[in-house]
Design a protein around this ligand. Structure first.
Ligand SMILES: *[C@@H]1O[C@H](CO)[C@@H](O)[C@H](O)[C@H]1NC(C)=O
Ligand SMILES: *[C@@H]1O[C@H](CO)[C@@H](O)[C@H](O)[C@H]1NC(C)=O
Ligand SMILES: *[C@@H]1O[C@H](CO)[C@@H](O)[C@H](O)[C@H]1NC(C)=O
Ligand SMILES: *[C@@H]1O[C@H](CO)[C@@H](O)[C@H](O)[C@H]1NC(C)=O
Ligand SMILES: *[C@@H]1O[C@H](CO)[C@@H](O)[C@H](O)[C@H]1NC(C)=O
Ligand SMILES: *[C@@H]1O[C@H](CO)[C@@H](O)[C@H](O)[C@H]1NC(C)=O
Ligand SMILES: *[C@@H]1O[C@H](CO)[C@@H](O)[C@H](O)[C@H]1NC(C)=O
Ligand SMILES: *[C@@H]1O[C@H](CO)[C@@H](O)[C@H](O)[C@H]1NC(C)=O
Length: 285
């Protein structure tokens, strides 16, 4: 299941192992990926831990109505910042359950680290002693690729790049509550490529470094994904995914205007959302 992609440039490989450790030792691969930042630790029964407990147990009550959660508790070095963000197309109940699950599992997996991040299919949760929302420094990407190759790689990349750029523009145009876009385009040989892009909401506009790093990835899509029929990039500030089947709900929650939303249940998708084996690769930007 966890395969190293030999196509990656060597300079990337040196970073991969650092982060891969935490994924392969995961007994039950609930998180697609998680990472414990060991630069700062807390001790058992410290104020930080107490604040972390309070923050995580309160975080689920801070939903902005569109699957974004944000809470900061504590003072000085004991400040705990936390956020959670659900994929823009899943319903509120699935979102809650994903967040509920993450806030229990993540501190168990990272038992003394002040900062941790966990990615599920449906949500991402992060907490840190450092500011999260205004911090645009990207420490590393999580990169996942579907092992299947497109039949015509050049044509595939030629269709995929513009789709992702379009979705990037549409997602970043979203308001302060949600920045999510999904859509599709025609690929080679009568195929359809489906894509999804989501940014952390709240920051309006999306910070330039975040937009640029996503643009950079899209511009080098041929290098990173090399004609793979599915792929994802996960960073705290943004995420994208593409597949040749519809992996998202068509009736995605609309980009939010200001008044808080009433969430409509959406029809189930036609195909299972878990793709055939993905290879998991990690690298620092
Ligand atoms: C934090 O704890 C981890 C192990 O849990 C350890 O590897 C790391 O060196 C510690 N970091 C610091 C700054 O002490
Ligand atoms: C925080 O929660 C964990 C897990 O429930 C518990 O073991 C720990 O004692 C709590 N710590 C504090 C300081 O409340
Ligand atoms: C997130 O938390 C910060 C700090 O508490 C607060 O200023 C901000 O309004 C919150 N944002 C949202 C979208 O809830
Ligand atoms: C906070 O942490 C920094 C670095 O670890 C330390 O220099 C500083 O004294 C701490 N501040 C407080 C109020 O504990
Ligand atoms: C789409 O929405 C339905 C109902 O809201 C849910 O059961 C299903 O899991 C969702 N699919 C995805 C891919 O989120
Ligand atoms: C999530 O947790 C909250 C509080 O613990 C609970 O009220 C809610 O029912 C849970 N939601 C789901 C979907 O598990
Ligand atoms: C996809 O192509 C790569 C070479 O680019 C090759 O190593 C790999 O085995 C192919 N995957 C499949 C499933 O055919
Ligand atoms: C992006 O938004 C524009 C304007 O709403 C729409 O025409 C276009 O189809 C969207 N792009 C995708 C890939 O869905």
């Amino acid at each position: 299941m966890f395969i190293l992609d030999r196509k990656l440039p060597l300079w990337l490989l040196s970073y991969i192992f650092i982060h891969l450790i935490h994924t392969t030792t995961l007994a039950q691969p609930d998180f697609l990926s998680y990472f414990c930042e060991s630069a700062a630790n807390y001790t058992i029964d410290s104020t930080y831990q107490r604040n972390l407990n309070t923050t995580l147990s309160t975080l689920p009550t801070t939903n902005n109505g569109l699957g974004f959660y944000n809470l900061t508790i504590g003072q000085g070095n004991d400040t705990v910042n936390s956020i959670a963000l659900c994929r823009g197309d899943i319903n509120l109940e699935m979102c809650r359950s994903c967040v509920n699950d993450s806030i229990i599992k993540l501190p168990q997996l990272c038992p003394n680290q002040k900062e941790a991040i966990g990615y599920y299919d449906n949500c991402v949760v992060k907490y840190s002693n450092e500011v999260i929302l205004r911090n645009t420094r990207i420490k590393f990407y999580v990169y996942l690729a579907n092992p299947q190759n497109a039949t015509d790689i050049d044509q595939f990349n030629g269709a995929l790049g513009p789709l992702l750029k379009d979705l990037r523009g549409n997602a970043s145009a979203g308001g302060p509550l949600q920045k999510f876009a999904s859509g599709s385009t025609s690929g080679p040989a009568f195929s359809t490529i489906y894509g999804l892009v989501q940014f952390l909401p709240f920051l309006v506009p999306v910070p330039v470094p975040v937009l640029l790093s996503l643009e950079d990835i899209i511009n080098r899509i041929a290098l990173y994904f090399n004609g793979r029929v599915g792929g994802r990039i996960l960073v705290p500030m943004c995420t994208f995914r593409y597949e040749t089947y519809r992996f998202f709900n068509q009736t995605a929650r609309a980009n939010a205007p200001s008044p808080p939303p009433i969430l409509q249940p959406s029809p189930p998708i036609a195909r299972p959302s878990s793709p055939p084996g993905m290879s998991y690769i990690f690298f620092i930007s």
